[in-house]
Design a protein around this ligand. Structure first.
Ligand code: HEM
Ligand code: ISQ
Length: 154
């Protein structure tokens, strides 16, 4: 299925509207993930080795928006190029790292759900089935590209 310009616009527009609350958003995304999968907390080095509350964790802040930003970029790429080409961190590196961190398929499903719920709560006025599908598709394609690089000898 093709990613349309309308879908790209839905993702980019809603992300632009959310950005101003980005610190809060990132924290919310983490909290959502850990609410559903509490054991996932142990995967994150900066949470394992830390006693400060989540909202005060500087490294969490730095990490928190990655998934939003990369999903948004994925939407743009899908429309322009028909595939995901990760810019900053390359996909092979991202895949092998997530494999080493101990991330499994179920984690990707949890993060997907948490991401969509966080967007929905952040921009309720922009939320629709179309927006949900656009974010979902951009995330799915990005996740699939990372997972592809998590397979042995890929
Ligand atoms: C680290 C992106 C899915 C757990 C990272 C990093 C990026 C990233 C860019 C930093 C890489 C580095 O350390 O150099 C993404 C994207 C995802 C995704 C775009 C989905 C589309 C997941 C999932 C989990 C996960 C599903 C598990 C719940 C982690 C962990 C780290 C990490 C544990 C290392 C944190 C640390 O200890 O420094 N991710 N990730 N990621 N990610 Fe993800
Ligand atoms: C996984 N990888 C990178 C960043 C993240 C932010 C929130 C939840 C999960 C994540």
């Amino acid at each position: 299925s093709e990613f349309t310009e309308e879908q790209e616009v839905l993702v980019v527009k809603s992300w632009n509207a959310m950005k101003k609350n980005s610190a809060e958003l990132g924290l919310k995304l983490f909290l959502r993930v850990f609410e559903i999968a509490p054991t996932a907390k142990k995967l994150f080095s900066f949470l394992r080795d830390s006693d400060v509350p989540l909202e005060k964790n500087a490294k969490l802040k730095a990490h928190a928006l990655t998934v939003f930003v990369m999903t948004c970029e994925s939407a743009v790429q899908l429309r322009k190029e028909g595939k995901v080409t990760v810019r900053e961190a390359n996909l092979k590196d991202l895949g092998s790292k997530h494999l080493i961190y101990g991330v499994v398929d179920e984690h990707f499903e949890v993060l997907r759900y948490a991401l969509l719920e966080t967007v929905k709560e952040a921009v309720p006025e922009m939320w629709s089935l179309e927006t949900k599908n656009a974010w979902g598709e951009a995330y799915d394609q990005l996740a699939a590209a990372i997972k592809q690089e998590m397979k042995p000898q890929s």
